[in-house]
Design a protein around this ligand. Structure first.
Ligand code: GLU
Length: 353
């Protein structure tokens, strides 16, 4: 009898020890919340009216208890905004914080909840400024947490799965939405209302999440995180860079306003392969001669803006954005201007990042 009791006791102790070591093996994933629709709340389950950023991170985590099966989860609210109000200030705060957080032994990966409107911009900024190989995953939702068939809970689950996977190491900042894993360089919001809004139209998704597992199909050759030369450790404000849009009959008022306001860089969202209306061309060429850095990008969502196509960029000192859309070109130009004003060096950044 005594032997039997001892045997049960031994088995119980072993099981407790085993489950404790299993719990310890789970990665520690820290969630940083910034707001957006994933934390949005409305009064109707079927209507589209809602206010972003209403639900606290603790409630978002509590709504998906399955998260605790894959990782040890902690969460923290950074800001609570619709991402249309995203700013350089919040980006720098996130970059500074992530660079400290990800050095900690007890943090294996980070998930950032974010509005979808500017998610691709935040992802790209962090991709160039955070120095870590650990997974960093941005996630959001297209439907508010109170709506029928809200997409936030599964997106959050898939984001934690991705941040917990060793396969996600060293891939740069990722976006996980509606089952797809996308790279920060190529991800774009492509639809204003659809849950399948994030795509990478130029190069495709890096992979996907299915039944709680990541599946990667490709890696990016673009430089990011550990290979990035951009360091914002001691930077509190970024150089001013604005975007000018080309269209038929465009006049130069908006462009002149940026030049007169002392912008250090201007991204031109051109037509076709970054072409420039004649009403803007001369002014952009003059601005370039005065030392304002000019990047030619395109309002067309797919395909690169190539160097020296219809425009001889070397004659005007213009920079071609390659595959970066205007909003991501603005980010790279701001960071480039923290290092140099040489357009040839900046062109190499656009070729490589
Ligand atoms: N405009 C809000 C934002 O970007 C809500 C859109 C969304 O999250 O899908 O934060």
């Amino acid at each position: 009898m005594k032997t039997l009791r001892l045997f049960f006791l031994f088995t119980l102790v072993s099981l407790i020890a085993l489950s404790a070591s299993y719990a310890q093996k789970r990665p520690n994933i820290h969630i940083l919340a910034t707001g957006g629709t994933i934390a949005g709340a409305g009064t109707s389950t079927t209507g589209t009216a809602y206010t972003p950023g209403q639900v606290a991170i603790s409630e978002l985590i509590a709504a998906v208890p399955e998260l605790n099966e894959i990782a040890n989860i902690t969460g923290e609210q950074i800001v609570r905004i619709g991402s249309q109000d995203m700013s350089d200030e919040v980006w720098l705060k996130l970059a500074h914080y992530l660079n400290t957080l990800l050095k900690r032994q007890d943090v294996d990966g980070v998930v950032i909840t974010h509005g979808t409107d500017t998610m691709e911009e935040t992802a790209f900024f962090l991709n160039l400024t955070v120095k870590s190989n650990k997974p960093i995953v941005l996630v959001g939702a297209m439907r508010a947490s109170t709506s029928l068939s809200a997409d936030g809970p599964l997106n959050l689950y898939n984001a934690v799965v991705t941040a917990s996977a060793t396969e996600s190491t060293g891939r740069g900042v990722l976006i996980v939405m509606n089952g797809l894993i996308l790279g920060a360089h190529s991800a774009m919001k492509m639809n204003t209302i659809d849950v399948q809004t994030f795509q990478a139209p130029n190069s495709g998704a890096l992979g996907y999440v299915f039944n709680g597992k990541v599946h990667y199909n490709q890696t990016t050759d673009k430089l990011h995180t550990m290979q990035s030369v951009f360091d914002v450790t001691n930077i509190e404000t970024l150089p001013k860079v604005g975007i000018i849009y080309s269209y038929s009959n465009v006049e130069s008022d908006a462009l002149e306003a940026l030049i007169n306001k002392g912008y250090e860089g201007i991204v031109h969202a051109g037509v076709g392969n970054g072409n420039i209306h004649k009403n803007l061309f001369g002014k952009l060429a003059d601005a370039s001669r005065q030392g304002i850095l000019i990047v030619r990008s395109s309002r067309v969502p797919t395909g690169p803006t190539t160097l020296g196509a219809e425009i001889d960029d070397s004659e005007y000192g213009f920079i071609a954005s390659q595959e970066l859309n205007p909003q991501k070109s603005r980010i790279l130009l701001m960071l480039a201007l923290t290092k140099t004003k040489n357009y040839k060096t900046i062109q190499t950044y656009f070729n490589n990042y």
